[in-house]
Design a protein around this ligand. Structure first.
Ligand code: ZN
Length: 472
């Protein structure tokens, strides 16, 4: 990134304040790299702000001024641009003035046309023409655009700048859909009571084993209606591959893993690794989407499932991990805003007062780097080193160094072999007692990446490097 540029990501969402009334906030939030999120503007009312032009007017006028003139700080001028708009699908439809995600031509990236089946719009085609920013700004998509989005006049490319947020599309969308189909879906894929119990037992056995970076520990399947987005992500990337093994049919297990592997690649923060495997991730996703209807029935491939085939476009266009362009940090901040409202009287004033108090008391609450928790406790002791060996912290020394046991991958085995060896993601199994470790002294910067070390019933453990930031 050019140091003279301020690249903003913007999030807009509605949050209901109380269960007993319709009062809702519609904040406009922004984030710049690791700085933020912060509030740009806020609307409070009984329903979604309307007309949209009025809601966005001040924001887009201010943005136009900043875009044309830049921002001057300590004598230096910085250019300002909104690079990404990060919202869930209903808000994207509202902001872009397009049809909702339950309509025939709802895909924001291509011209695929859905078909109605059993009361749902499903997508079965595999080949499609891409939408372009130019055609969108000329309002040429008559079956998709219902009005002229105010973002067009602001010069924001409405196809490529609106991110297909993976928190909603993948975690709350496809992963939750899979869990619903396994637990209460059609007969062709619904699991038996015994299979569901086996998965729940394995999940609850992992309680207390997830590293401190996780906000929550695994819960049993009967609670899936209450699973949060972070728990669904935890299932997709870490616990799912462990607890589904030998319970799901081999075909469905491999199918699930193709989503795990593809998402792990697109969430990879190392640019070099992510770029090298991005095309492979896309191929895996295409395979995942293509096989869905056969494995889960014709009602499965709805909007979110089709949208998976476009995720690699965002990783490529924004040249970053999907983590850096997700709703997760904004969602977390929205919950904080909500906590500032204590009563139904003048909610906007309550939040404004509390935020200005915080601004005066805290210089900067957001941290530039995620914290690394290293301890001798089992759940926080395992790390991946840059040479792909694993280190287990056995003692923290007063001089800041760590006495470790170090394991070469040669003495490990893959957790799975299809669709690729899990070793590609440094996901491996270690047996009990037969592990050959060397002693070594390491410092903090050697501990490249935290690893979840999940015990298996057999006595060994599965090691899975973390691919997402610290949860709160
Ligand atoms: Zn599409």
């Amino acid at each position: 990134m050019d140091s003279n540029d301020v690249h903003l990501s913007v999030n807009i969402d509605g949050i209901p304040l109380f269960k007993s009334s319709n009062v809702q906030f519609w904040p406009i939030l922004a984030k710049c790299g690791h700085f933020g999120p912060f509030i740009v503007a806020m609307f409070s009312g009984q329903k979604k702000p309307s007309p949209i032009e009025e809601y966005l007017e001040d924001f887009l006028t201010e943005y136009k001024h900043l875009k044309d003139n830049g921002i001057v700080y300590e004598g230096q001028t910085y250019s300002v641009s909104i690079d990404a708009l990060i919202c869930d699908a209903p808000v994207r439809a509202y902001l872009k003035c397009i049809k909702g995600h339950t309509s025939y031509e709802s895909c924001e990236r291509c011209l695929i046309r859905g078909a109605r089946f059993d009361g749902r719009i499903v997508f079965s085609e595999q080949e499609f023409t891409s939408r372009t920013d130019d055609s969108f700004s000329r309002v040429e998509y008559r079956n998709h655009q219902i009005d002229v989005s105010p973002f067009i006049a602001a010069g924001i490319p409405c196809v490529s700048s609106f991110v297909l947020d993976y928190m909603h599309m993948v975690c709350l969308g496809v992963v939750r859909r899979l869990l619903f189909y396994w637990t209460r879906g059609p007969k062709i894929c619904r699991l038996s009571v015994r299979q569901k119990d086996a998965i729940s037992q394995k999940l609850t056995a992992l309680r207390g084993k997830m590293p401190s970076e996780f906000a929550r520990q695994p819960r049993a399947l009967h609670e899936i209606d209450r699973w949060k987005a972070t728990e669904l992500r935890q299932f997709l990337l870490y616990t799912g591959p462990v607890v589904l093994k030998t319970v799901l049919s081999p075909e469905r297990y491999t199918h699930f893993l193709s989503l795990t592997v593809a998402m792990s690649i697109m969430l990879e923060s190392d640019d070099r690794i992510r770029k090298a495997y991005l095309q492979y991730a896309h191929e895996l996703i295409k395979h995942f989407v293509m096989c869905c209807a056969d494995l889960y029935g014709k009602t499965f491939p709805v909007y979110n499932v089709h949208g998976l085939v476009h995720l690699h476009e965002d990783a490529s266009h924004f040249n970053c991990s999907l983590n850096d362009i997700s709703c997760f940090p904004f969602e977390n901040y929205l919950q904080q805003i909500k906590k500032h409202v204590r009563s139904g009287r003048s909610p906007l004033e309550q939040v404004t007062r509390r935020l200005s108090e915080m601004e005066h008391s805290e210089v900067n609450v957001s941290k530039m780097h995620p914290e690394v928790f290293a301890s001798v406790k089992e759940r926080d002791c395992c790390f991946l080193l840059r040479d792909d060996r694993f280190a287990f912290v056995r003692q923290k020394n007063a001089d800041g160094t760590f006495a470790c046991e170090i394991l070469h991958q040669h003495y490990t085995s893959p957790l799975f072999h299809q669709p690729c060896s899990s070793g590609l993601l440094n996901i491996v199994c270690i047996g009990k007692g037969q592990v050959r470790m060397k002693n070594g002294l390491l410092c903090e910067r050697d501990l490249f990446r935290k690893v979840a070390c999940l015990p298996q019933g057999t006595g060994g453990s599965v090691l899975i490097p973390l691919r997402h930031g610290v949860e709160h």
